[in-house]
Design a protein around this ligand. Structure first.
Ligand code: BES
Ligand code: ZN
Ligand code: ZN
Length: 461
């Protein structure tokens, strides 16, 4: 899709209009100007959407709805940019078109229609910046969506590594990839155990973008379960469907890595991915097994479906051992169904010991119209992870507070000096939703990508 900045010419093309606040316009068509209300005037070649006020979220949703509707009718339309100097709003305005134009049609015989050009009138200087930034960010989100939506038989750990290699090659990043032999030999016993029963061998992937004189150093860790069957603690049939999306954290990390160089961010960014399947088989890891993670801690397995935290534990150990003096370490994971129960499908849970960073995630989320909510640790919940046979158990003894106890499990693999630098983001809800919502289509959303790119921009200032 391309954008053209041009004055508002009267020409015979399709036109879209965003109405802000209650107005009497189009009253003759019974249009009430209610939030997200739309009107399609076929003869006039016009599509109208109303929002109750101009903010980051409304504008992104409005643009996406415009793109989604008009791509079925035309390849090109014109629109007036909202009158604002708020660059976040203008970026979301542009992003919305690219996100709304997205459709996952890889496995369909009939391919989707797409927009080719959007002609925008408004402040040229501001729009130029917004178009440049928004295009990079939205393409990164769509790149993540494509990976997550692709079926498990197509995207397995070696393929995730190939995608990482391609991103590294295109951007001049460092890229190190480790296989199951390395995991076994070097003592990544938790990650190794999860991967054992799969015919697809695991990969630990490490990408690094190192601009000269970077202002900050950030580590991003992603859960990359290219399929989560639950393992021997097998998921019921209805819960297994959509588990191709258990690689959403890793895919978000890949999307973010793809964009950091293009955006020219002055931050050193490391992307670490634990890519594996969680399968059944004669050599599968079992409930009752005791695993030893890279930091020496022993883990009693009581449920093989709590596999993400095992993979992440070792990836967090790898990160802290290989990357020195970082300022922040974030992990992204579709970690718990409990997080979805707690917050609903549209909000990610944010956990850690640093209130400032947790708030920063929530704030940056607001700027890009992604929803984040802090889930608080407390002194009582860690006791639920006690094991009688090992240092810690991979599931809590209570059925309540599962998102937080999963976060607390991960915290056991964060060194004391790094506790304040670490933030865990559970994207189990918004990463993949089987109906469209807001500016998102059915399926993968690319949750986390936009917020993190905005955050990286913020901390380099
Ligand atoms: N990948 C799942 C979590 C999940 C559930 C993600 C639903 C997206 C949607 C994770 O590996 C898992 O199965 N977690 C268990 C943990 C339990 C065994 C303690 C869960 O949430 O039920
Ligand atoms: Zn699982
Ligand atoms: Zn999982």
């Amino acid at each position: 899709m391309e954008f053209e900045i041009s004055s508002y010419k009267k020409e015979d093309s399709w036109e879209a209009e965003i109405i802000i606040g209650k107005k009497d316009k189009y009253k003759e068509f019974g249009f009430k100007c209610e939030n997200e209300e739309t009107l399609l005037l076929l003869e006039r070649k016009k599509f109208i959407i109303a929002i109750d006020k101009l903010d980051e979220e409304n504008i992104k949703i409005a643009s996406a709805k415009i793109a989604k509707t008009l791509k079925e009718k035309t390849e090109c339309f014109k629109i007036r940019a909202p009158k604002t100097r708020n660059i976040d709003i203008l970026e979301n305005f542009i992003e919305g078109f690219i996100l709304g134009d997205y459709e996952f049609d890889k496995y369909k015989s009939k391919k989707a229609k797409h927009l080719k050009k959007v002609i925008i009138s408004g402040n040229e200087e501001l729009l130029q910046t917004a178009i440049r930034v928004a295009t990079i960010r939205a393409k990164a989100i769509n790149f993540t969506r494509d990976i997550v939506n692709s079926m498990p038989d197509e995207i397995y750990p070696v393929v995730m590594a190939d995608i990482a290699k391609k991103v590294a090659k295109e951007n001049g990043y460092e890229c190190n990839i480790y296989d199951e032999k390395y995991l076994k030999k070097e003592g990544y016993g938790a990650f190794y155990a999860v991967a054992k029963a799969s015919t697809h061998t695991p990969r630990l992937i490490h990408l690094a973008y190192k601009p000269k004189k970077a202002k900050k150093r950030v580590v991003l860790v992603g859960k990359g379960l290219t399929y989560d069957s639950g393992g021997l603690s097998l998921k019921p049939a209805d819960f297994m469907v959509t588990m191709k999306s258990d690689k959403s954290g890793a895919s978000a990390v890949l999307g973010i890595m793809k964009a950091v160089k293009e955006l020219g961010l002055d931050v050193e960014v490391h992307g670490i991915i634990g890519a594996t399947e969680n399968m059944i088989g004669g050599n599968a890891y079992k409930p009752d097994d005791v695993l030893t993670a890279k930091n020496g801690k022993t883990i009693e397995v009581r449920n093989t479906d709590a596999e993400g935290r095992l993979v992440l534990a070792d990836c967090l150990c790898y990160a802290q051992e290989h990357i020195k003096d970082f300022d922040y370490i974030f992990d992204f994971a579709t970690l718990t169904g409990a997080c979805v129960v707690a917050l609903g499908e549209y909000t990610s849970g944010v956990m850690g010991y640093n209130d400032k960073t947790k708030n920063l995630v929530v704030e940056m989320g607001k700027k890009v119209a992604e929803l984040y909510a802090p889930l608080p640790f407390n002194r009582y919940l860690p006791k639920l992870l006690k094991s009688n046979v090992a240092d810690i158990c991979n599931i809590a003894s209570s059925r309540y507070g599962g998102a937080i106890t999963a976060g607390l499990f991960l915290s056991e693999f964060i060194e004391e000096d790094n506790k304040d630098k670490w933030t865990h983001i559970d994207i189990a809800g918004p990463a993949f939703v089987e109906k469209d919502w807001g500016y998102n289509p059915h399926g993968a959303t690319g949750a986390g990508v936009d917020m993190m790119l905005r955050l990286l921009y913020e901390i380099q200032k």
